[in-house]
Design a protein around this ligand. Structure first.
Ligand SMILES: [Zn+2]
Length: 285
């Protein structure tokens, strides 16, 4: 607002007849303008007329109105963010059970989970440096749970993640025109993190190998991180049986840090616990 000189003040007072303060407003004697009863701030300002003489006194927001507007905007943004996260989860976690793969549901039995927490904590660096993970080890050692926890935690932080597997991808690519296939594979790189669960369970047909290579190669070129889980032995990944496997595994090994899942079979343990609990309930009955 400009300085209220005697000339300006005279203009304000001349216009005063047209000013109509609302119920929560009053005319401030000090400057002759409309103010807010609540915060006593100005709800009117003075602006010189463009290329003319005189002034006009447009309305403006007082501090408490501005605060209210900012709060409404923040609430609106928060709501949009939550809706976006919900949408991204529906898109990124296509299998319902993945919703339960969260840090909150971790029983704390597997020490390797610390690495999942660390990956999420250092996500910015991981993304910047294109650091992926290769989670390998026997069936039921918690690799998918580990990857699912990272996926959920990042999705909750508004990061686009897709957790999928090759059978689903191949299914999606079947009977589709080449250009749609290319578009679909490219769309996988829109996700900041791509998780491919259970590499190695798909059938090794020439077609499947070709599509797998295209997906992995496209990801490799996108310079965005990839997490792969597999029951394959690291030895086998490092010494692939043929060239078709080699060009897929080489790209994975180049970008994904191997993490070994060893020892306990958590799935069996879970099954044992369930059986034990069931037995207890039955014996009590
Ligand atoms: Zn106010």
């Amino acid at each position: 607002m400009i300085e209220i000189t005697a000339e300006v003040r005279a203009a304000i007072d001349r216009a005063a007849g047209d000013m109509e303060p609302a119920g929560d407003e009053y005319i401030e004697p000090a400057d002759g303008l409309i103010h807010c009863k609540k915060c006593r701030g100005s709800r009117q300002t003075v602006v010189p007329r463009f290329r003319g003489s005189g002034y006009f006194m447009p309305r403006c927001l007082c501090p408490c109105q501005q605060k209210g507007q900012e709060e409404r905007k923040a609430m609106e943004e928060q709501k949009e963010r939550m809706e976006r996260i919900k949408r991204r989860k529906a898109q990124g976690l296509q299998d319902r059970y993945l919703y339960d793969y969260t840090f909150a549901n971790d029983n704390g039995q597997n020490p390797v989970m610390e690495k999942a927490h660390a990956y999420v904590e250092h996500w910015k660096e991981a993304y910047r440096d294109n650091t992926g993970l290769l989670l390998f080890g026997d069936v039921g050692t918690g690799k998918s749970f580990f990857a699912g926890c990272i996926a959920n935690a990042l999705l909750d932080r508004d990061v686009p993640v897709l957790m999928t597997n090759f059978p689903s991808i191949l299914n999606r690519l079947t009977g589709v025109f080449a250009e749609d296939r290319a578009a679909f594979i490219a769309s996988l790189d829109d996700y900041s993190l791509l998780v491919i669960d259970d590499l190695g369970v798909e059938r090794n047909t020439e077609y499947a190998m070709e599509q797998m290579f295209t997906v992995i190669d496209s990801r490799y070129r996108s310079k965005k991180p990839l997490i792969v889980t597999t029951n394959l032995k690291l030895e086998k990944i490092k010494n692939p049986p043929d060239l078709a496997h080699a060009r897929i595994y080489d790209r994975i090994l180049e970008r994904c840090a191997p993490v070994l899942f060893s020892g306990k079979n958590f799935r069996e343990e879970g099954a044992r616990a369930t059986k034990a609990a069931a037995k207890e309930i039955v014996s009590k009955g």
